[in-house]
Design a protein around this ligand. Structure first.
Ligand code: NAD
Length: 319
């Protein structure tokens, strides 16, 4: 079959990439999806439920290796890239910053070089609100005009990659878009991340470690809302644009923990306060009025609805 588009999806065995593939591979039978993933600790083959679909391929590829990456470009002649692959855990970036430079900066640059060389139609960089740094309690939420001020090696590596993407548009004319999203939660997230980790501990009736007093604030978005927004930005996002994506649900880590404890039928004695993360950003919040005005997108899931679904998912999976 001749496909209308051949889209490279990097990091499609991870959390957000797999949710994207699970929703859109069958919705676009006229597009071929090539999932490139080197299978780190965060990747799980069982995350992808569409692996038997005719328009899905998997290749074990490390984006840090440009010659192997180029073989894929020659084999499939892709038209587009949606770039999810990254080292994504802030705590790991504090232990091993160099890994984040290699994957998130050099890996992204390898993809940009090839996207330019093979004249791809679109390059979509999946990024994070963490590139904007941290907000005080009363400061207004991040907009796309907020200053880029990353504080962790993770967010600095993502910000660097975003700058390279921008430069490839402005210098070489690459049709690239970027979106920056707040904290995701939902099915398929690796159990090293806060919500699945806490659910897993609570299901085993173990205490959950909460940084400092749990006062840090994050905006939470259910992953299905994020992948819907990604689909829209991919379809309609104009060359060189940046879109901020958020769930409009700011919450302290303590509140998130208390809600999970309630869902597990336990009490607050299951919280263990632990010393704060180094350089811990205090607050992230996203102003979503721009993406609503430009693309008509807004999140559908409330935090309580999304969290209940997430809890059920992990309860079934970890039982
Ligand atoms: P994840 O860690 O769950 O998955 C990342 C995937 O990338 C894994 O499957 C991993 O094996 C793969 N990968 C890592 N290094 C690779 C390499 N060198 N070559 C090929 N594949 C490699 O991450 P996620 O939470 O799904 O995040 C996906 C993207 O979304 C990332 O770019 C992240 O920065 C961004 N993002 C995540 C969140 C969030 O809350 N999770 C929020 C905003 C933005």
């Amino acid at each position: 079959m001749k496909y209308k588009k051949t889209i490279i999806i990097t990091g499609g065995l991870g959390f957000i990439g797999s949710n994207y593939l699970n929703k859109f591979v069958s919705l676009y039978p006229d597009r071929l999806f090539i999932n490139l993933d080197c299978i780190t600790y965060a990747a799980h083959q069982e995350n992808v439920h569409v692996s038997k679909e005719k328009n899905y391929r998997f290749e074990k590829i490390d984006i840090r290796n440009i010659s192997n990456l180029e073989k894929i470009f020659l084999k499939y002649k892709p038209t587009d890239i949606i770039h999810f692959a990254a080292e994504s855990h802030v705590d790991i970036s504090i232990q091993n910053p160099a890994l984040f430079v290699e994957t998130n900066i050099i890996g992204t640059h390898n993809l940009l070089l090839l996207a330019k060389k093979y004249k791809l139609d679109k390059f979509y960089q999946i990024s994070t609100d963490e590139v904007y740094g941290s907000l005080g309690v009363k400061e207004p939420a991040f907009t796309t005009n907020s200053t880029i001020a990353p504080n962790s090696p993770y967010s600095a590596s993502k910000a660097s990659a975003d700058m390279l993407v921008r430069s490839y548009t402005n210098t070489f004319g690459l049709n690239a878009v970027i979106s920056r999203c707040s904290n995701n939660y939902g099915p398929n997230q690796d159990t090293t991340k806060l919500i699945p980790r806490f659910i897993s501990l609570l299901l085993q009736k173990k205490k959950v470690p909460l940084y400092s007093k749990g006062e840090n604030v994050r905006d939470w978005i259910y992953v299905e809302d994020h992948v819907d927004a990604i689909n829209l930005v991919f379809e309609k996002g104009k060359k060189g644009t940046i879109h901020n994506i958020g769930g409009n649900q700011e919450m302290t880590n303590k509140k998130v923990t208390e809600t999970l404890i309630k869902l597990a039928g336990l009490d607050e004695s299951y919280i263990e306060y632990v010393p704060d993360r180094m350089g811990h950003d205090f607050r992230y919040a996203i102003d979503t009025t721009e993406i609503y005005r430009k693309l008509g997108w807004k999140p559908k899931f409330s935090f309580s609805e999304g969290l209940k679904k997430t809890f059920k998912h992990f309860e079934n999976k970890l039982k």
